[in-house]
Every structure is written in C-alpha cells, then in structure tokens.
Design a protein. Structure first.
Lengths: 331, 89, 517
C-alpha cells in the first residue's frame, strides 16, 4: 500500500539568493554550505580604513602575495559551515570522552610500561604549546585572509587546535599530574630538543601574509608533525610496545588530521592551479617551511624513535612530498 | 538594590531548572513571557547543581545551562557546583 | 581503582586555567611587540594579563557538545518550518518586512563581528581574553549562517531579500548599520571590545534581540523565534565577556578610565542611532506588537542599564551623557523614522503602509505625550492623500549625518517641531550632523569619519549607477538607475504593501492552505 502524504504545495518564486544563483549558474536549490559561505564577506564600499593597519582596507586581497581572480574558487570539500562543523566535532568529542573514560576507569594508565609513559609525557605534553601557537595562527588567517571560503575553515582549525591542546593537557593529567604540565612547559622553554620547534612557532607568529602563514602552519608544520607523532610514533611504534591506551587518548588527533588534510590539500591545489605565478610562489613557501619544520621535528622525534628518528622522519617527509605533488605543488 | 535576572527558554528541560532556582532563591520573581521565562532577583541569584540534580533525577553539569539560556544580567561567577549572578554595590 | 595516591581533583577554575592560560608562554625568539603589534597604540595600559577572570569556563569539548545540541534542535525546527510552509502562519504578510530589514541590515553585521573577534582575539597577548574572543568569533559565524539559513525560506516566497549582501554594501539606509560595524572593526582591539563586547553585546543587545525575537514569537514566526533564542544563549557568554573586559581594563590602570568612558559614550550613542530601525520596527512593522520602543528602552536600558552603571560607578564610570537626549527622543524616534521610510518607500527593499485605526489607537495609548499631537495628523493626511490617488514618494535625496549616516530627520531635543542640524567646517569642507553627539564623535576623530562612503553623496557623484550607464542620455532617470545598481526590482521590492506581490501571494497561498478550492 502506498501512503501518499499530502501537504499544500505552493510554488516558490525563487530557489535561492541571487548571489548564489549567479555563482552556481542558475536559480536552483543551494546547499547550506553554499548559502552560508558564498559572498558572506563584504567586498565593496568600506567606510573607514583600519586604524590598526591603514595601508590596507578592512578586507584586502593585497595582504597576500597569492593572486586569485576569484577567492571563492577555494572550496572546503568537507562543506563545513558552523552546524556541520559542530555536529562533526561533537561526535568525535563523544568518542574521545568515551576513550578517556575507558582508560581512566580501567586504570589502563597504570598498565603502561614506565618507559612508554615517560616517553609519551615527554613527547606529547609540550606539543600542547605547539597547538596553542596553531590556534593563534589560524585565528590570524581567519582575521586577515580574503573571502569567506578561505577564512571560514581557519576559525574551525583554530578552535580545533585549542581542543587538541586541551586533550593533550588531559593526557598529561591522566598519565601524570599538574607537575607534568609544568615540566613540559619548562622543556618547551629551555630544553635543546624543543628550541628549533619553538623558534619555528614564534617565527610563524610574526608572518603577515595569511596564505604564507597557512602554508607554514597547516601545510608544512602540521603536515609533518601529525603523521610523525600520531601516525608513526603513537599508532605504530609505541602501540607495538604496549602503548595502545595512549592511541585511544589521541584518537581524536589522528582522525582529525585525516579529515583536515582534505581541506588543506584542496586549498593548495586551487591556489597552485590558478596561475604559474601562484604555483611557483606556493612551491617556494612549501619547500622553505617544510625544510625548517623537518629540521625542528627531528630532535623531537628522537624522544620516541631514538636512532630510527632520521629514517622515519625521512619517510614522513617523502610522503609529504608525494602528497604535495598530487596537489600540483612543485617541491 | 539592583535587579539581576536570568531568562531561559520555556520547555520541558527548563521547567525543573526554574523550580530549582525558585527553591534556592526565596524572593525571586518568575515572569512568564512568550516562549521564555525571566527570573528576577535583588542583587544576587544562585543556581545550584545539587538542587537541579535532585529534581531531574540525573547528574547535571551546570555548563548544560548554555543550551537553554537566553539572556542574563549581572556579574557571573561559576564553579562546579554553583552559578551566581550578582551586582556589587 | 586508582593505584596512585589520590590525585588532587582540580576545581573548575583551576582546571580551566591549565586548559587555557597554562598553554601560553613568553616568547624569546620574537619580540612581544612584533607578535602583538596592535596592543599599545590606543593608550590602554595593561600591567597584568593574569588578572583576567574567565567568566564561562568552557573548554572546547564542552563547547562542541552543547553547541551541537543547540544546532540539532535549531535545524530540526527550521526544517519543520520549511516543510510545513510555516511562513503562512505569520499574523499577516506585513510582518515579513521585518525579516527583510533583519537579513539585509543585521545579518551581515554578524559576519563582521566574526572577523572582528578573530582579529581582537589574535591581537590580545592575554590567553584568557584570547580564548573568549575566539569562541565568540566562532559563535558569530554561527549567527550569520543560521540567520541566512532560516531566512532563506522566506526569500523563496517573498521579495526584497534576494540579493541582501549586495544591498547591504550599497543601499542608502543600510549604510547606517554597515558603517557602525565598519567603525568598530577599524578601531583598535580595545575599542572594538568596548564597542561591541560591551556597549553592543551588553548594554544594548536586549534592545535588538528581544524586540525582533519576541516580535517573531508574537507574530507566528517560529523560524526566527527559534534562531533568536538559540543565538541568545550564545549571547549570554558574549555578555559576560563584555562585562569582564570592561572591569578588567578599568581595574588595570586609572589612566584607562577616561578613554573607556569616551568609548562608552560614543558607542552607546552610535548603537542607539542604529536602533532607530528597531524602534520603527517595533512600533510600526509588527502586526501584533509586543511593547513600544519607549517601554523597551525604559526596561532594557533605563532599568537594567541603571543597575549596570551603578555597579561600574566604583571605577569612576558614569552613565553615558547621551542617555539624557535618548530619553527626550523616546516619544518621537519611531514615528520620525517610519514617516521617513513611508516617504522614501520607492527606495527601500521592503514595503511600507500607514497604520490603521486600531494601530493608531495603540500608538496613542503608548505615546500619550506625542502621538496625537505630532504624528497622527500627518498620517491621517497621508492616508487621505493616498485614497485620493496622490500618494507622494519623495524623490529628492536627503542630507545624511556624516557620523551615523541617517538622514537629518531628527528633531531638536525638547522641540519636536524643529529639525536638528549641526555642522562642522573641517579642512575646507562642510560636514553635517543629526545631533551634538554625532558631531562630537566626528570632532574627536575627523580623519576617520571624513572617509565615510555616504550613499547620497555617492549617488550625486554618479557612483551608484550600473556599469556602462550613460547619465547624459536623453530621458535619463537617475533614481531608476540607482535602483538597478541596488538590484531592486521596482514595483516588486519597493512601494506600498497594499499593492505588493507579497500581499497578493500571501493571501492566495493562505487561502490554498485553509480553504477547499
């Protein structure tokens, strides 16, 4: 039996807003991502120049060396508008919460071999400061980037990195105590192991070009750090040595990286494909910052990898290069 | 004396929260408006987790209040157990 | 069972501290002033960022959890509203003009707030305010998008909203809200926080949201009401941030007090001028009215604001001076505004109308000092004229106030029969103002306000015609060209409600939904 529900059908005058129709080529139903993203940023007739940056307009294409005919060529393949973003993170948060509860309630932290626990604390906890830097940098990209398509995902990335910093803090409190956090901060500030990375992070904090900053932070640094620390060290190496509970505590980071990669790769691809000039520029940025990031991460990776550090870091860099090549970025 | 207030959405979840607030703040005045409830108090209003938990029959995180809160007036202080709205005089 | 010695359980405040300020460090490879270049030039002195008190101590995991819950509920309602042709349940189709005002005037400002808070958050060296600002930046894009998504459904069936981004950047009356937020985002980060975080989100927020959202509830607009309430719960966090910012800045150094006082004065006034549109909306555009503008001002500013400024008195802050003039304008603001829009109905993206007898009775009752004396006579006259076929549409462009950009329609405080004009000569040009307060704002920062893109000036300079227009051609109609530049469809988006497609369609569709045809 077919049930035929009847509602009153009235004919709409139009399917979407005119600016959306102009962009998607016809007046047809638009997605929430499209309606929430396209042309959201004001583009004309600004009333005043920023007193904090009078050489530029409020939103200004000239803040970056990258040139785009249309900044809405950028698209987030995840189609994250606020609602989709929050719902996705809430699900991941639920899993993370369950994982933390599991580890805590079963006393799994105590079952970790002492050396693993020490290694994990030494490696992971200072990374919460790196995440804090990523939060600041992505806030900067959102504030100074041009067009909602480019800037919107950056605020999500910024708050994700804050979330990651907070998860790492909880790992520290679970495997150790407040003292562990203090020790990690001291290492971050003073140990030779960490100074290359801290210098990298502080150097990114003074970058004025939002797209170069995107490359230095989201592409080069995170593009090496996440595969190295979360995929290689935690999920492979340490898990094989009895460190699986830690992998549970960092599952959020692993899943998150796999998801955000799609957006970052799409952004690189669009930027490079736009013009020969952009391709060269992006290639230069990626190459420079990748080399610095790799050098900074090497001593950090040694904490967990010992004499395998060079070999495994090298592999991660190779994979990174392949990934960039696939996105059309010459490295 | 200055008025502090909190306004919550009117729905099943907030009914008992409002009850808890009234219990813990004798002298608070409840104002029902379309789809919203405004609770006024003089100088100070306190929302207690324990009181809410007793009424709803499950554990409650005061952060959950975010979901149904509409607006408020006064300085805010928050701990694991209480949210207080207040004016200093 | 916990094998280790029982760990000290951290209270909310301590836990939150390690989760936020504990993440920060003092840089040594780069200088503070290079990492935070915008923090000194406003003259605000901060000696100890650690004195910042975090109001709502929300970590990201809790944020995602509770915001997702709000989003699920909100979109379920938006979907139901859409599926069910919820727009046909509004009291009458005149109500929809308030939605048009909202999407073209207010929603784009949410986006500017999003970018502004990202900038302020990044600019502040203190981790406490940074986290709060960035969370607000995230909230503001939520508001911008949920508004677009909710109102998208109205756009499908009614006119005037179809190109709201384009209109916001060009239309004469929309430069009022646009310039307000441009002013805020181009100010320094401390002024931005006082203007938006405090003056707008704390002092004045209830005057924007309660009228629109209660108005929605009273008039059967479940979609708007839902997003309004949903957004408001974010606003509670924003309000506490705004209040904390003010207290923090004032407590850090007495030298900050006069700077902050000036900002409070300026922004209360600028914000109030933007609220002219809300006053008019409440008194004239809601078929079922909630309260009068005068009443709303008395409750939400005079009472609530009174309590607030009493609290701030211990720092040496006083009630903004403009409160006196605003009190004098209470009886007149909405009527003067509506009269103007009725006059310029050809140039608006929403419809206008004259209030009927019942509505005039309500206005008489709410405004016993002013309505029957000053405004009823003109409305009765205009109604009479329209009935005779002499409906007059003003085609001459008005002088705009250089600061607030509203046409010079307001009367002298205390004398509603005299238009208030003020002027200033600055560098061989004459600038015009609606009031002493707007004039003072200009005089304090003339180099900023001379930059304004005043719509009327721009029209007269020929900058508001479509690409390729020839103004020297025979029979050129400048106002028609301006409407094209605005992307208005003349006869569809503008003019009186009574002859509108909106009215006709609403009646037809409602008929379909309630009658057997």
């Amino acid at each position: 039996m077919q049930i035929d529900l009847r509602t009153v059908t009235i004919k709409p005058l139009r399917h979407t807003f005119d600016n959306i129709a102009r962009r998607i080529g016809a007046d047809k139903p638009a997605s929430r991502y499209q309606e929430g993203t396209l042309d959201m940023q004001q583009e004309a007739n600004y009333h005043y120049r920023p007193t904090w940056d009078p050489d530029h307009l409020i939103y200004d294409r000239a803040r970056t060396a990258l040139k785009m005919a249309d900044w809405y060529s950028f698209k987030d393949p995840r189609q994250f508008y606020y609602g989709a973003y929050t719902l996705a993170r809430a699900k991941q948060q639920d899993t993370a919460e369950a994982n933390f509860d599991f580890v805590e309630n079963r006393g799994l932290a105590a079952t970790l071999p002492e050396s693993i626990r020490d290694t994990v604390l030494k490696l992971l906890i200072p990374l919460r400061h790196v995440a804090w830097g990523a939060n600041m940098n992505n806030a900067s990209m959102c504030a100074y980037g041009y067009g909602t398509a480019f800037s919107q995902p950056c605020i999500y990335q910024a708050m994700d990195q804050l979330g990651i910093a907070q998860y790492l803090t909880r790992v520290g409190l679970l495997l150790g105590d407040v003292d562990v956090l203090d020790a990690a901060k001291q290492a971050w500030m003073e140990d030779d192991t960490w100074q290359g990375l801290r210098r990298y992070v502080e150097d990114t904090m003074v970058l004025k070009d939002p797209v170069e900053l995107f490359v230095a932070q989201n592409v080069a640094l995170d593009g090496l750090l996440y595969p190295l620390v979360y995929e290689t060290i935690i999920d492979d190496v340490l898990s094989a040595q009895g460190g699986t509970p830690v992998a549970m505590l960092t599952q959020f980071m692993t899943d998150w990286y796999a998801e955000t990669r799609k957006w970052i790769d799409a952004t690189m691809k669009t930027a490079a494909a736009e013009s020969e000039d952009n391709k060269v520029l992006v290639g230069q940025w990626v190459g420079q910052w990748r080399d610095r990031a790799a050098a900074a991460l090497l001593p950090v990776s040694r904490i967990a990898l010992g004499e395998r550090a060079d070999e495994l870091t090298g592999e991660v860099v190779q994979q990174f290069n392949a990934r960039m090549a696939k996105a059309g970025v010459p490295v | 004396m200055s008025t502090v207030f909190i306004a919550l959405q009117t729905n099943e979840e907030t009914r008992q929260i409002i009850e808890a607030i009234v219990q813990d703040n004798p002298g608070a005045v409840v104002n029902e408006q379309p789809a919203m409830v405004k609770i006024d108090a003089q100088d100070r209003l306190v929302i207690r987790r324990e009181t809410i938990e007793e009424l709803i029959g499950r554990s409650y995180d005061l952060q959950e209040l975010q979901v149904n809160m509409i607006t408020m007036s006064g300085n805010l202080d928050q701990t694991d157990d209480e949210i207080t709205l207040f004016w200093k005089s | 069972m916990d094998m280790q010695v029982a760990k000290k359980k951290l209270g909310l405040k301590e836990r939150y501290a390690v989760m936020t300020r504990g993440l920060d460090w003092t840089p040594s490879y780069q200088k503070m002033e290079d990492i935070y270049p915008y923090i000194a030039y406003e003259g605000i002195k901060i000696h100890d960022w650690d004195k910042w008190e975090d109001p709502f101590r929300l970590t990201m995991d809790a944020y995602w959890k509770y915001q997702a819950e709000k989003e699920r509920k909100l979109y379920a309602i938006i979907d139901a509203f859409n599926q069910n042709n919820g727009h046909l349940n509004v009291t009458d189709a005149r109500y929809i003009n308030t939605v048009k005002l909202f999407i073209s005037g207010i929603s784009p400002l949410e986006y500017v707030a999003h970018r502004g808070f990202a900038h302020a958050g990044r600019a502040f060296p203190g981790p406490g305010p940074r986290v709060a600002c960035l969370m607000q930046s995230l909230d503001e894009i939520r508001h911008a998008q949920t508004q677009v998504h909710s109102i998208s459904n109205y756009n499908k069936y009614y006119n005037g909203m179809h190109d709201f981004h384009h209109m916001h950047d060009r239309v004469w009356f929309l430069s009022v809200p646009k310039s307000f937020f441009d002013d805020a985002i181009t100010a320094g980060p401390f002024e931005f926080m006082v203007s938006i975080g405090f003056s707008f989100e704390y002092v004045l927020t209830n005057l924007l949201f309660v009228p629109f959202v209660s108005g929605a509830a009273y008039n059967g607009d479940m979609g708007t009401m839902t997003f309004g309430f949903s957004a408001q719960s974010d606003e509670a966090r924003h309000m506490t941030l705004g209040l904390e910012v003010i207290k923090f800045i004032l407590e850090q150094d007495p030298a900050n007090v006069p700077i902050v006082q000036r900002w409070i004065d300026k922004w209360t006034w600028r914000g109030y001028r933007v609220l002219t549109l809300v006053a008019m909306m409440m008194d004239y555009m809601l078929p079922k009215r909630t309260m009068s503008w005068k009443e709303a001002w008395e409750v939400y500013f005079e009472e609530n604001g009174g309590a607030l400024f009493k609290d701030l008195a211990r720092y040496g802050i006083t009630m903004p001076k403009c409160a006196e003039q605003i009190a004098l304008e209470k009886d007149h603001l909405s009527h003067q505004a509506w009269s103007t829009f009725y006059n310029y109905a050809a140039a608006a993206n929403f419809h206008t109308w004259m209030p009927d007898e019942d509505e005039m009775a309500w206005l008489s009752a709410k405004y016993p000092e002013s309505f029957d004396k000053h405004y009823r006579p003109r409305y009765e006259f205009w109604r009479e004229q329209a009935a005779k076929g002499n409906r007059f549409y003003n085609k001459t462009l008005p002088m705009l106030c250089q600061t607030c950009q509203i046409p010079l329609i307001f009367t002298e405080p205390g004398d509603p029969t005299k238009i208030c004009y003020r002027e200033v000569d600055y560098k061989a040009e004459k600038y015009h103002f609606c009031s002493d307060h707007c004039k003072e704002i200009f005089e304090h920062e003339p180099e900023k306000y001379v930059q304004a893109w005043l719509p009327v000036h721009q029209i007269y300079q020929g900058n508001c015609f479509p690409e390729g227009t020839d103004p020297t051609a025979e029979g050129f109609d400048p106002l028609a060209a301006v409407l094209k530049y605005y992307h208005f469809e003349h006869g569809r988006d503008n003019l009186d409600f009574d002859i509108s497609e909106d009215k006709k369609n609403f009646a037809e569709w409602r008929g379909q939904a309630t009658k057997n045809i």
